[in-house]
Write a protein that binds this ligand. Structure first.
Ligand SMILES: Nc1ncnc2c1ncn2[C@@H]1O[C@H](COP(=O)(O)OP(=O)(O)O)[C@@H](O)[C@H]1O
Ligand SMILES: N[C@@H](CCC(=O)OP(=O)(O)O)C(=O)O
Length: 374
């Protein structure tokens, strides 16, 4: 290891995400030679005892070629879904064949956003990953594109990879891309410089993603979704690195000090908080004044007195987004009141609530033990 404190070669349980642009040529054919070399590297790590999950994009790119769709199959949702269902069967047999050539049993897991946002199915998925791990099986994961809707989909595999790492209890995530890391501005800019390490994904880092600029045109997430993936993984105490998969042996290259961006894991939170923080959105939104935002940041529960507005309908125990008055999300948590009651106590002090609702008040609107700061 040389400078990179995240060593994807030796981390015990690793999620490797492979972007469409690496797997599929612009004409829609598979980059088989490249893939064989990558699988040989993964096979070597697997034999050395590393557990691996592969998150593989490429179904839409592969399927759209077969179907003769334009714009890589992404012109409409229905073309993307048809492409994905045709491409996925090609992708799965490819992975099964190549992993078998390394003596590895492959498993297929096609997941939707809903599957991971619902805590019950999230826990089931988690159990399946744990069981597969015990048998040294390598799961190959993709979004189940053909059943998702526009509103309820990841649409990119970066965030999916981070959520999978959380659910499986992995130690690290590597996003293999056609770019070798995060640059301080669009990499096509002559002064762009690569950032080697990111201690925490904050607003300044997020501003570096410039997905309006030129790209391969095949991937869908861009840099913004990679940064969101880093935030989700890091919050769960998981390291994440963006490295280029273009040249051979990308994991070894990075481990030996090659280029890439390493996003540091944050201190691990409780399993429930990690799940909450990794959700893409809540059932309702609670907007706060500045004082309440400060109180939350100091580790306090959310009281009704600091709330200025509530949107959406939710029941007690549902997930709510907590935002500042400018609409920037600051936390996510489980509501102690249903929305109809919460609306009636906006801005009220705790000692006024009993008279308004006619029953003894709960200690807070969202308790700090059921809240993840974002
Ligand atoms: N600050 C940045 N640093 C690096 N790449 C960036 C940045 N802003 C935007 N990008 C774009 O993000 C692209 C990588 O995302 P994407 O094409 O979705 O990759 P993949 O298919 O591997 O998921 C880069 O090729 C680049 O065009
Ligand atoms: N689920 C999609 C992948 C989405 C996607 O394009 O992701 P990426 O190339 O990683 O930005 C597919 O298999 O085509």
């Amino acid at each position: 290891m040389n400078g990179n404190e995240f060593d994807p070669e030796n981390c015990p349980f690793l999620v490797v995400k492979i972007g469409s642009a690496l797997l599929v040529n612009p004409d829609g054919s598979v980059r088989r030679e490249w893939l064989e070399k990558l699988v040989a590297e993964l096979g070597q790590r697997h034999r050395a005892g590393q557990q691996i999950i592969i998150v593989s994009s490429g179904a839409i790119a592969l399927g759209s070629r077969k179907l003769g769709f334009e714009k890589g199959g992404r012109a409409t949702l229905s073309e993307a879904q048809a492409s994905a269902s045709v491409g996925q069967i090609i992708l799965s047999s490819l992975w099964a064949e190549l992993l078998a050539s390394e003596g590895i049993i492959a498993a297929q897991m096609l997941l939707t956003l809903n599957d991971l946002e619902n805590r019950r199915s999230y826990l089931n998925i988690s159990a399946t990953f744990r069981r597969l791990r015990r048998n040294h099986v390598v799961p190959v994961v993709n979004e189940n594109d053909s059943v998702t809707t526009q509103e309820i989909r990841f649409g990119d595999n970066d965030r999916l990879a981070a959520r999978v790492a959380q659910a499986a209890g992995a130690d690290g995530v590597v996003l293999l891309s056609d770019i070798d890391g995060l640059y301080d501005r669009h990499p096509a800019h002559p002064d762009a410089e690569i950032i080697a390490e990111v201690p925490k994904v904050d607003g300044e880092i997020e501003a570096m993603a410039d997905d309006g600029g030129p790209s391969s045109g095949m991937g869908s997430g861009g840099m913004a979704s990679k940064l969101e993936a880093a935030r989700i993984a890091n919050m769960a105490g998981i390291s994440l690195a963006i490295i280029s998969g273009i040249e051979d042996s990308p994991l070894t290259r990075f481990a030996k000090g090659g280029p890439g961006t390493w996003f540091h894991p944050q201190e691990e939170q409780s399993a429930r908080k990690v799940w909450l923080g990794g959700l893409l959105s809540g059932d309702g939104q609670i907007f706060l004044d500045d004082g309440a935002v400060r109180a939350l940041r100091d580790g306090n529960s959310l009281l009704a007195v600091g709330v200025v507005l509530i949107k959406g309908e939710f029941q007690r125990g549902d997930v709510v987004d907590i935002l500042d008055k400018d609409g920037v999300i600051v936390a996510r948590g489980l509501a102690e009141y249903k929305s109809a009651d919460a609306q009636r106590i906006i801005g009220k002090n705790s000692d006024e609530i009993e008279a308004i609702l006619g029953h003894s008040p709960r200690s807070s609107l969202v308790h700090r033990d059921h809240m993840a700061m974002l």
